[in-house]
Design a protein around this ligand. Structure first.
Ligand code: BJW
Ligand code: ZN
Length: 255
């Protein structure tokens, strides 16, 4: 069923009665904070940058300064950004429902800055850099990095413990997801009675298997996205619209 902006009574009943809600978020949730998504034509990062040159371990080994500079440019954008009404509405659901968890593919911290307390990061975090050799954590200096555009090179810092190059704390293509985060996400999907997908293209695996896992285990899957995605088929409701409008409307409808 596809609808725009009005919340059908049955959806509202199902949401209001949720004992375990799992919100599964993607880049579309942060789009209205000015953070670029990946795959949208024209505006998505992959329309301007080649993921094979930037988002793989091989790319980092080949040209660490290009990759480090690119992620510092993106970290600067996140540090300047603010959570938008979608992040605030998602955080606000926790005050209305007994158990709300957020499983995010996003590497920003905008859910947390909006007040969400239980957030699982499947693809790591821009703030969780670590040594590429010995995995020692690296604390970024305070302040906004001075990288003004993607493509600007910046050599990665050297690890204080072993001197190895520090790498961004994100999950690149071909890398495994953090084991604990993935195990928790699968458990949350299986146990959820309502599974709410917001702003993801549903193209990147294994994360994109979560809505199907939830649906198979009996959850009502709701999707919020202005566009059609491969997840449409497993969603009981497809709410076509920007998360910054639809999520506050859902929260308001809960009363
Ligand atoms: C709005 C909106 C608004 C806009 N409101 N909505 C099975 C089949 C095929 C391939 C594979 C498979 N299993 C594994 C793979 C390989 C690969 C993969 O999935 N490739 C596919 C792309 C084909 N997966 C992996 O490599 C994963 N690892 C793995 O499987 O390990 C096991 C293994 C080990 C060794 C060898 C082989 C396997 C790791 C995946 C890591 C993904 N990393 C990235 C980059 C993170 C770092 C960084 O930020 O740079 O994660 S890629 C990128 O995509 C990022 C995102 O988290 C992820 C998902 O993207 P998302 O969030 O859905 O964004 P978009 O842009 O795609 O969509 C935005 C959506 O928002 C759109 O739908 C818009 O309409 C919508 N939108 N405005 C609401 N206002
Ligand atoms: Zn080290």
């Amino acid at each position: 069923m596809s609808i725009a902006f009005t919340t059908p009574a049955e959806l509202l009943d199902v949401l209001a009665g949720a004992r375990r809600l799992c919100v599964f978020s993607g880049a579309g949730v942060s789009a209205e904070s000015g953070i670029a998504t990946f795959r949208q034509p024209d505006t998505g990062l992959w329309s301007r940058f080649d993921p094979l040159m930037l988002a793989t371990l091989e790319a980092f080994q080949r040209d660490p300064a290009l990759v480090w500079g690119w992620y510092e440019w993106r970290r600067a954008a996140v540090l300047r950004a603010q959570p938008n009404p979608a992040h605030h509405a998602i955080a606000g659901l926790a005050a209305r429902l007994p158990q709300v968890c957020v499983v995010t593919q996003n590497v920003d911290d905008l859910h947390e800055r909006a007040g969400a307390r239980d957030v699982v990061h499947l693809h790591g975090s821009l703030e969780a850099a670590r040594c590429s050799r010995c995995a020692a954590p690296y604390a970024h200096p305070a302040g906004i990095p001075a990288v003004t555009q993607g493509g600007e090179r910046m050599p990665p810092p050297a690890c204080a413990a072993c001197g190895g190059p520090v790498r961004p704390g994100v999950v690149w293509f071909g890398e495994s997801l953090p084991m604990q985060a993935w195990a928790r996400a699968e458990a949350l999907a299986r146990e959820a009675d309502v599974f709410l997908c917001v702003g993801t293209s549903g193209l990147v695996y294994p994360a994109a298997s979560l809505p199907q896992q939830a649906a198979r285990a009996g959850a009502a899957v709701i999707q919020v996205n202005p566009d059609a995605t491969p997840l449409d088929g497993c969603a009981r409701w497809n709410l076509r619209g920007p998360a910054g409008a639809v999520m506050p409307a859902l929260l308001a409808a809960l009363g």
